[in-house]
Each structure stands twice: as structure tokens, then as C-alpha cells.
Design a protein around this ligand. Sequence first.
Ligand code: PGA
Length: 226
Amino acid sequence: MKKFIIANWKCNPTTLIKAKQLFNSIKKVSKNTKNTEVIICPPFIYLKEIKKLQKEVKLGAQNYCWEEKGAFTGEISPLMLKDLGCEYVILGHSERRKYFSENDDLINKRLKSALKSGLKPILCIDNISQIKEGLKGISKQKVIIAYEPIWAIGTGKACGYKEAKKFNLLMKKALGERHITLYGGSVNSQNALGYIADSGFQGLLIGGASLNSKEFVKIVKLFSKI
Ligand code: PGA
């Protein structure tokens, strides 16, 4: 089965030069991965420049508006993202829920709009009710789900493999055995493979370690061995 590595750069790095340096230091492995899709999710403002550095790169956005165009000051629409060559979108990330008051209704609206415009959504959740609410009225097979326990994000305290497996099984029960599920939360090159081998996920959503090119390259190389 195909595997996924998603690099969530969040609000980093602070200049275009640094963003290009970071991408240049990982672009070789991102392209040459056996059976693994490596998706880079930089801030909006770097999407186009990164695409210029490697036209085959798989890009994802970290947020987007649910409308295609119009009077929505400050927003970026799915059509604009597609025009930049963006294929994926992250939504429901706990930082968006916490700092920008996003709730399940809004996330559901975004999901519907992503699917309508042909973007592939990656829905982040930390409990089963967020799956049920977020996916209301949606063909769930089309949505990649990332389990990201809030307490594990950016804390250095990754979820244990057994506990992650338990939650993964719960998700598979709700979504179907073959549904693509990912793990995210303090992933690094030491713990990465266990979430695939022991917990049964198809991939990882990586924050902090995706900004460290050595760490990130190590993780991608590990994936090409399994
Ligand atoms: P982290 O972030 O890897 O820095 O814990 C993961 C995420 O927020 O997606």
C-alpha cells in the first residue's frame, strides 16, 4: 500500500531564501521515494517558488477558504491553490482549532469545498467525534485522516505505539479497514517507523522534524526501506 509523508512547515521559515534552502536540501529524497508520496506543505507565500525549484513536487496548503472567489478579504481559495499546482490541503489542525477558533462545522464546510474543487484533503483530528462531525455528508473514502493527539504536538512527547495502534483501530472501525490513516505528533527519525510497523498507519504528518533537513531526509530514507 502507498505510504505518505507530509511535511507541515507551519509558519516557518521566515524568509523565502531560507524556505528555498530548506526545500533544496530535501528535494532529492522527496522525488526518489519508492511507494511513498512526500507532500510539502509550506506557508502559502512559498508555494509557487517551491514549485519552480521542482515541478514534480507534491504540494499541500495548510489552510484555505471554502468559497471559490469573491468578497472574502484575506482568504486564499481552492481554485487559487490548484492554479499554483497544489494537490493537497491540511484542515482541522489543532493549532487552527485552538488559535483561530475553527470548529467542526467550519471544517466540514472546508472539506466539502476541497472535494468539490478536486483538492485532496488531509483532516487532522484528536478524537473520534471530530471524525464524525467533520465528515458529515461527505464521502469519507476521499479524505485522508491524521490522528494528532494534541498533547503530542510539538512537545517532544510522541504517542506510544500501542496507544496509537489502539486509536488507529478505532478509526478503522469508524472509517473502514482500508482507509488511509496517518499519525502526527513529535515524530522524529528515531520513532518514525514504529507508527507504520507497530501501529499500522500508512504515513506521518511531521511538523518540527520537517524543518530539520537531516532529520527529514533520514525519515524519508527509512520509508524507502519498508
Ligand atoms: P510536530 O507537529 O511534529 O512538531 O509535533 C506535528 C503537527 O502539528 O502536524
